[in-house]
Design a protein around this ligand. Structure first.
Ligand code: DGT
Ligand code: CA
Ligand code: CA
Ligand code: ZN
Length: 582
């Protein structure tokens, strides 16, 4: 999302929330929320749009447009500042508790006298909130769990926010005088779903380091300089108001390999490799692989590959450096040839305006073709997803026809398949009858509601869906949202075995909020020979950027292109889809 749009969307959303908390005018809340939504979906940066044209955009009225103008001129919205100044900081923080919402916060504050998360915890514990209407024992238990989850999530951020930010910083630094190489290291290079901080590494001569540091701390996204040294600086970004810390280290080009290896981690991987080095008569640190007895005798320092090689190991892709058996694979020369973004040739879970998407069937398919895909499946929501405008049985019949029309029109450009993202109801039944599912080419069965079900029920529910003869894959199997919602905790092994038995796929939903299956679950699926699907779940053009996150997660699971149905040829995929059907 363009920067200005993201910041403004967050400002309007916070204004809407605070307005609700203080019991402000309802229409003001609606206008602000609408403004936030429109900005989130807006493709161009609002800073590049003529103010008159902005007023033509549906959902941007005079008030919103005026605030956008103010923000672009001054970097803030005075009314926003005034509103948040009138509410205790602790109350604002309570708005971040998943599942509570502005109304709940208002009630806790006004009727319960709660002014911070800490107070909330105390008052839940001593039972003094139970008389509060709508805050029964069960609700308070849920609230406690949400708080615990949010605290555990702590200061980490999503892969999908950290990666674009790191790339933007690299773009701002790579042409600076003296920069020979620059890469991100740490958990980001390992493709983890959440990132504690971003670690940037530069290869440059000592004399050029100060100049590079000066440019770094002056980058436009820098909010606060936490430390400014010759070889290391740290800054804090306020990207979309998520605090992200970035460390930049400058190392001599001759030590770059050792440094990159060290700062990529994981710590656990590093420990294992270092132990191996020691057992072979070496030492290994962030400068070099050196002789144990004479540390001035540096053996390999420049490239990661050479260091691994000296240790009798194949180079280990960063995504596998988690001490999950990769050292043995590297020793045996059995590191898998991991899937790459360019291997993905199909998207089998996408939406259109028929349900809650923002583009037509044809716009969707043309974008997928332009992206280089040979196949796309149109999988709009089923009727139970009322808030997502899910299709009734009758609407689905017409929709299939509309998809077939577009498929005919685009023949030769891209294969357009008719599908559905059919809701897995809480008891495991699907939201359409089998006769209707049989008309579709692709059936993505996904859980959307009842996501705090107990694990036994969840397992039974998903197993039942897997058994349906028309299901092609289970979409985002747990329904979790990264750092936001735990989702279902089914017996993954049982699901994986059942999917293997049926010969159907399990999805890695590539959206960085989902990444569901997560890396460890996907790994389990592969161990049982289950095929993975990597889909964007795209609701519009902007969502195509999510695909790399799904690929990174698959790489962390050790997937090759042969494990992923989206990498098949058009003919191969067609044949595979048929093989899942009776
Ligand atoms: P994060 O930032 O929490 O998402 O995770 P990382 O892995 O990026 O961790 P970070 O930023 O603390 O450190 C970057 C890398 O530096 C880490 O993956 C491995 C290396 N490293 C940091 N501290 C140590 C240490 O005490 N021992 C070893 N062996 N490596 C370390
Ligand atoms: Ca880090
Ligand atoms: Ca760090
Ligand atoms: Zn979907």
């Amino acid at each position: 999302m363009p920067r200005n749009n993201a910041q403004l969307a967050m400002i309007f959303q916070q204004m809407a929330d605070v307005n609700q908390v203080v019991g402000g005018n309802r229409f003001k809340t609606i206008a602000l929320e609408k403004g936030a939504r429109v900005l989130k979906d807006f493709v161009k940066d609002v800073g590049d749009v003529d103010p008159q044209d902005l007023l033509q955009v549906e959902g941007i009225g005079k008030g919103i447009a005026q605030k956008i103008g103010e923000f672009l001129r001054t970097g803030q919205v005075v009314e926003h500042q005034e509103m948040i100044d009138n509410v205790p900081a602790g109350v604002l923080q309570m708005l971040d508790i998943p599942g509570l919402g502005p109304k709940g916060v208002a009630q806790l504050w006004n009727d319960g006298g709660v002014e911070s998360i800490d107070e909330l915890k105390t008052k839940i514990a001593d039972g003094s909130l139970e008389p509060l209407k709508g805050f029964g024992k069960k609700k308070l238990e849920k609230l406690s769990a949400s708080i615990a989850f949010a605290e555990k999530a702590g200061e980490r951020t999503h892969l999908g926010y950290a990666l674009p930010l790191a790339l933007a910083m690299i773009a701002g630094l790579e042409d600076v005088k003296g920069v020979e190489r620059i890469e991100y290291a740490g958990s980001l290079r390992r493709g983890k779903e959440t990132i504690g901080d971003i670690d940037l590494l530069v290869a440059a001569k000592q004399k050029d380091a100060p100049g590079i540091m000066d440019v770094f701390i002056g980058l436009p996204m820098v909010e606060e300089v936490l430390g400014h040294g010759e070889t290391k600086s740290s800054i804090r970004c306020d990207d979309e108001h998520r605090n992200i810390q970035v460390d930049l280290r400058v190392v001599d080009p001759k030590h770059y390999g050792a440094a990159l290896m060290y700062f990529t981690g994981s710590k656990e991987h590093n420990v294992k490799v270092r132990e191996r080095a020691q057992s072979m008569g070496y030492t290994l640190n962030e400068y070099a692989l050196a002789d144990k007895d004479d540390k001035t005798k540096q053996i390999e320092t420049k490239a990661e590959e050479a260091i691994y090689k000296k240790l009798g190991l194949a180079w280990v892709p960063p995504e596998l450096r988690e001490d999950r058996g990769e050292i043995i694979l590297a020793e045996q020369g059995k590191i898998p040839n991991l899937i790459e973004l360019k291997d993905i040739k199909a998207d089998l879970h996408t939406h259109t305006t028929a349900s809650d998407g923002k583009w037509s069937i044809e716009e969707n398919a043309l974008a997928m073709a332009a992206r280089g895909h040979h196949t796309v499946a149109i999988t709009d929501h089923s009727k139970g997803q009322v808030q997502a405008n899910g299709l009734s049985d009758e609407r689905l019949v017409n929709h299939i026809e509309a998809v077939r029309e577009v498929a005919k029109k685009l023949k030769g450009k891209i294969t357009v398949l008719a599908g559905s993202e059919v809701d897995i109801l809480s008891d495991g039944k699907l939201d359409y009858p089998d006769e209707l599912l049989a008309e579709l080419d692709v059936v993505v069965a996904s859980p959307h509601a009842a996501l705090s079900q107990d694990p036994k029920k969840a397992t039974k529910r998903l197993l039942k869906a897997i058994e349906n003869p028309y299901v092609t894959m289970i979409g985002h199997p747990t329904g979790r949202l990264v750092l936001r919602r735990e989702g279902l905790s089914p017996d993954i092994e049982a699901l994986v075995k059942a999917a293997a038995g049926r010969g159907i796929a399990l999805e890695i939903n590539a959206n960085h909020w989902r990444l569901d299956l997560r890396d460890t679950h996907a790994r389990l699926a592969l161990e049982h020979g289950v095929k993975l699907a990597i889909n964007t779940d795209a609701h519009g053009q902007g969502d195509l950027t999510q695909l790399p996150y799904g690929v990174l997660t698959a790489r962390r699971a050790g997937a090759t292109k042969n494990d992923v149905i989206n990498c098949m040829t058009a003919a191969g995929l067609n044949k595979w889809l048929k093989s899942t059907r009776p």
